[in-house]
Design a binder for this molecule. Sequence first.
Ligand SMILES: NC(=O)c1ccc[n+]([C@@H]2O[C@H](COP(=O)([O-])OP(=O)(O)OC[C@H]3O[C@@H](n4cnc5c(N)ncnc54)[C@H](OP(=O)(O)O)[C@@H]3O)[C@@H](O)[C@H]2O)c1
Length: 296
Amino acid sequence: MSGQPQGPAPTTTIGGELTVDAIGYGAMQLTGPKVWGDYPDHDKAIALLREVVAQGVTYIDTADVYGPHSNEELIREALHPYPDNLVIATKGGFVRGGPEYSDMSAVGNKQYLRQAAYMSMRRLGLDHIDLYYLHTPTMTDVPFEQIVETLAGMRQDGLIRHIGLSNVNAEHLQTALTITDIAAVTVQYNVAIRNGAAVRQIAEDKGIVFSPYHPGTVPGGPDGEPFHAVIHPIAQQHNATPQQIALAWQLHRTPGCLPIPGTTSVEHLKENLAAGAIQLTQAEVDATTGLSPEDS
Ligand SMILES: NC(=O)c1ccc[n+]([C@@H]2O[C@H](COP(=O)([O-])OP(=O)(O)OC[C@H]3O[C@@H](n4cnc5c(N)ncnc54)[C@H](OP(=O)(O)O)[C@@H]3O)[C@@H](O)[C@H]2O)c1
C-alpha cells in the first residue's frame, strides 16, 4: 500500500533520558571566516541564539574548536542561565594553530581531552556536559581504543553525561561499542553526501541518536540538477522549500534522527524548524533516498 508512512517522531531521546525536539541548531556559523574568531556582528549573533531558544529549539551543537572557544562563550553570553530543557552538546579533540583550515590538527591523550572537557564546561557555565563528542578520530598520539576509554572515564567521573562520536566510520563505532555505551553519532549525511551511511545504519540498528550535519544541504549549480529534478516537485507538492524537504527526509529516513541545521537567519531558522511537521509519502522518501548511493 502506498501513501503516508507514519510521520517522524517530534522528539529524539539521547541516552534514553534526555528528550529534545527532533530538529536542533548547529551554532558553528556564529564564528568568523573559516570558523576562526568572533562572528563579525556580535549583537546579531546574540539575538539569533536567543531566537533559537524562543522558537523552541532544545538542542544546540557546538565545539571548543569553533572560534576556538568563542562559539561556546557566545552561547553562554546569550543563553545562560539556560532553560531547564536545553541540551548543549559540545566536542573536543580538534586543535587549531591558526586561521587556515590547514592549521588544524587533533589531540587525543587523556590529559588533553579531560582538560578540553573541563574548559568547555567552564566556558559554557555548566557543571557537567550532557553530551560530549569526540570531534574526530584522526589523532595519532594515542590509539582510538584509549580515547574511548578516556571518554568512558570522564562519564564515570560525572564530567560528561553521555558520549558521542563525530566523523567516525563504522569500524570506529563498532570498536567503541565494545568498550562503552555511545549515545550519539554525528557525520556528514544529506541528500547528496552520504559519508555517514554505514554509521547511520548502525545507529538505527542500535538505537543510537543519529545527528547528521549539513543536513538540509541541496547542491546548487549544474551538479545540483539531478537533486532538484526530484526534490523540487516534492517541495511544490508540500508548499515547502527544497531545504525543508531535505530536512523532512532526514527525519523520515532515520528513527532517532537529530539534524542540526545551521543558519544566521531567523527566517531560515523558522523554515528549518517548520520542516519537522512535513509528512512525506513513502514514495517521496524512497525517491530522495535513491538520489545518492549509500556505499560508505
Ligand atoms: N562534527 C563535525 O565535524 C561538524 C562539521 C560541520 C558542521 N557541524 C555542525 O553542523 C552544523 C550545521 O552545519 P553548518 O553550520 O555548516 O550549516 P548547514 O546546516 O550546513 O547550513 C549552512 C548553509 O545553509 C544555509 N541555510 C540554512 N538554512 C537554510 C534554509 N532553510 N534555506 C536556505 N538556506 C539555508 C545557511 O545560510 P544562512 O546563514 O543564510 O541561513 C548556510 O549558508 C554546524 O553548525 C555544526 O554545529 C559539525
